[in-house]
Design a protein around this ligand. Structure first.
Ligand code: S3P
Length: 179
């Protein structure tokens, strides 16, 4: 059945370490799309890094910035949108993305996510005594939101290039279905 929902963009959702940024870069390059990272946009708007926003203003303030940024995305075309991991957990954000984007959930197990992000220090939510356990809890809580995506891609054992190609194929099929 044809879904009349417009698809002008592609939005990547999932937990930290799922590959949203790296896959997003590949996909954007191959599709000749622009790349927009919601965290980068927030940092630009607020004028400070995400970690500083969390430290100085707290997580609720950050979530409010996220909400405002999502509202700005509706006018975009031909853009790959890489989202912050918590963004789709607010239902209106996910609903808003779906008005213009094919939403793709990049999944990996908490162990794999931890393997990918353990060398990185910029994520305030992982400044925790037991970051792996934190990832497990976050994934359990967020998976029901993420699963509302249009497409789920298991990234566990796939390279960035493989995941990107799969995402591109899915996007092309979804757009072709609408013609
Ligand atoms: C967050 C994920 C981060 C960033 C912020 C909060 C989350 O983005 O938005 O630190 O709640 O999972 P990435 O998923 O791009 O790391």
């Amino acid at each position: 059945m044809t879904d009349p929902r417009p698809i002008r963009n592609l939005a990547l959702i999932g937990l930290m370490g799922a590959g949203k940024t790296s896959v997003g870069r590949w996909v954007a390059e191959r599709l000749h799309f622009s790349l927009l990272d919601t965290d980068a946009l927030i940092e630009e708007r607020v004028g400070k890094p995400i970690a500083q926003i969390f430290a100085e203003e707290g997580e609720p303030a950050f979530r409010e910035y996220e909400r405002r940024v999502v509202e700005e995305l509706g006018h975009l075309t031909d853009t790959v949108i890489s989202t912050g991991g918590g963004l789709p957990t607010q239902e209106p954000n996910l609903a808003s993305l779906k008005t213009h984007s094919l939403v793709v959930y990049l999944w990996a197990s908490p162990e794999k996510l931890w393997e990918r992000v353990r060398g990185q220090k910029h994520r305030p939510l992982l400044h925790d005594a037991d970051p792996l356990e934190k990832l497990r809890r976050l994934l359990a809580a967020r998976d029901p939101f993420y699963r509302q995506a249009d497409i789920l891609v298991n990234t566990e054992w796939r390279s960035v290039a493989e995941v990107a190609q799969h995402v591109i194929n899915q996007f092309r099929m979804a757009v072709a279905d609408r013609r």
